[in-house]
Design a protein around this ligand. Structure first.
Ligand SMILES: CC/C=C\C/C=C\C/C=C\C/C=C\C/C=C\C/C=C\CCC(=O)SCCNC(=O)CCNC(=O)[C@H](O)C(C)(C)COP(=O)(O)OP(=O)(O)OC[C@H]1O[C@@H](n2cnc3c(N)ncnc32)[C@H](O)[C@@H]1OP(=O)(O)O
Ligand code: TJR
Length: 415
């Protein structure tokens, strides 16, 4: 494992990444709040500013996926459709099987310049997510409680609001309405049986009302439905934590562009149309499980530098205060100890005395067995994970150094 891959596994690096995302997100939220007075004066300008602010935050997770974890989405699509991507509004119908399907969706949006403006039909709970949920409020995301009687009015109103949106946007719909699990699949197939519908092997039965309402309210605004089918090579089970740990995944995404005119206006016909679309998607997944690829040629839209530049910019800006702190430490003279500690710790666990955090001098109760100059015995967990040990110890010594500036008081004695 190279140095870069080792660094990606370090808790300190992951802490810095999440710190950057969180603090930049809060700053973006603050700036979005500042656009509120602009809305009654110039709504379109306020929307454009919020799209840029939204891009500045969302693209950090695209940078994490594409540059940090090195995950590259492979796109399968008809080259004749390629010319439309990014140049029109579209409804995206995407299967909801993977933990990071939204990240692959964002990467797809970023390739065609619609990441900042894109929206989705999301469960109301996501609007409470710190930073991301608050940001989506200003991007006019469509939230629903998944209870039609309570949702229908606000759902229709939210869609109508998008009819004069100044930027090209994609509207993501996971028609299944929830993430795929075997248990949900079994219940869903019982409903399919009752309805006399073909059973699906790789999907839950789609909920059709939301799709029909979206199509009806966005007709004239949206030009097409993009039927997107996502899968991962070699049966990978991708996770967000894996991406943060720098693990590379291999997503394949098959996109079919369907002009909106071909979607029926009648609700019952539209419902049948969507069920047929999901039966086709299910067949694509079945073929993929045997062949390892989707139909249609592979296209490779250019991966622009802006997600990476934006991420580096935020990281430099937000790490600068920490850099100043480090400079202070150097001036205070204690950095040498820390550097010595870093050198000492990054030699790996088990190569020197450990002191139990919180008390002085005692052996660390879970210190790996003494094997001077050797890494701890295989499988020894110890207090510090093999990969994160050096990092954790650096933080421990940083804390300890601070303590030594204020030596602990002996019990009962006041200094
Ligand atoms: C690769 C992608 C490319 C690009 C990506 C593009 C954009 C992405 C970029 C930016 C977007 C920004 C952010 C995205 C990032 C993160 C967000 C990601 C995910 C969040 C998404 C979610 O939160 S999913 C949950 C919310 N969405 C939905 O719920 C949509 C699906 N639901 C509906 O549409 C529903 O219709 C409804 C909720 C609107 C209303 O539901 P309701 O049930 O009241 O009505 P329905 O008629 O639909 O259903 C009733 C019928 O259903 C039958 N039934 C009952 N039980 C089941 C069952 N278990 N399974 C299936 N069907 C069932 C029942 O019989 C009823 O049938 P009737 O015939 O009797 O009506
Ligand atoms: C460089 C910066 C990186 C910092 C850390 C990375 C953060 C990445 C961004 C996190 C944003 C989280 C967006 C939430 C998307 C969740 C999508 C989802 O899967 O929702 C579930 C619903 O669909 C259905 O819910 P269920 O009914 O299945 O329950």
């Amino acid at each position: 494992m190279g140095l870069v891959q080792w660094l990606k596994g370090q808790f300190l690096c992951q802490l810095i990444i999440c710190y950057g995302f969180l603090v930049s997100g809060l700053l973006v939220n603050l700036l979005q709040i500042c656009t509120l007075p602009l809305w009654p004066i110039n709504k379109q300008l306020a929307r454009r500013i919020n799209c840029k602010l939204g891009y500045s935050l969302t693209s950090q997770s695209v940078a994490l996926l594409e540059w940090w974890s090195g995950t590259e989405v492979t796109f399968y699509t008809d080259p004749a459709d390629y010319q439309f991507y990014g140049k029109e509004n579209a409804i995206i119908v995407l299967n909801h099987n993977f933990e990071i399907d939204f990240l692959c969706g964002w990467a797809f949006c970023d390739r065609f310049g619609v990441l900042g403006a894109s929206k989705c039909l999301a469960k109301k709970e996501l609007s409470y997510l710190p930073v991301i949920g608050w940001m989506w409020y200003f991007l006019e995301m469509v939230f629903i409680k998944r209870k039609w009687e309570e949702d229908k009015r606000s759902f229709v109103q939210s869609l109508q609001n998008l009819r004069d949106y100044p930027e090209n946007f994609w509207f993501l719909l996971h028609c299944e309405g929830t993430r795929f699990t075997e248990e949900k699949h079994q219940i869903s197939m019982e409903v399919a049986e009752k309805k006399g519908l073909p059973k699906l092997k790789h999907h839950l039965l789609p909920r059709t009302k939301g799709f029909w309402v979206a199509v009806q309210n966005l007709r004239g605004t949206v030009a097409a439905v993009y039927c997107c089918t996502l899968n991962f090579r070699n049966n990978e089970t991708p996770t967000l934590l894996g991406v943060i740990n720098g693990k590379k995944y291999h997503p394949d995404l098959y996109i079919r562009r369907i002009p909106l005119e071909s979607v029926p206006e009648d609700e019952a016909e539209c419902s049948s149309w969507l069920h047929k679309l999901y039966q086709e998607k299910d067949q694509f997944q079945e073929d993929y499980s045997h062949t390892g690829y989707f139909p249609g040629p592979i296209v490779t839209p250019l991966r622009g530098p802006w997600a990476l530049i934006n991420w580096i910019g935020w990281t430099c800006l937000l790490l600068y205060p920490l850099y100043l702190l480090l400079v202070q430490l150097v001036l205070s003279g204690s950095i040498l100890t820390i550097l010595a500690t870093v050198a000492f710790c990054s030699a790996g666990p088990g190569t020197g005395p450990r002191r139990q955090v919180g008390t002085r001098g005692g052996p660390c109760p879970t210190a790996p067995p003494k094997r001077p100059g050797l890494p701890p015995a295989p499988g020894h967990r110890g207090r510090y994970r093999r990969t994160g040990g050096g990092t954790v110890l650096i933080i421990y010594h940083l804390v300890e150094r601070r303590d030594q500036a204020f030596p602990p008081r002996a019990p009962g004695k006041v200094t």
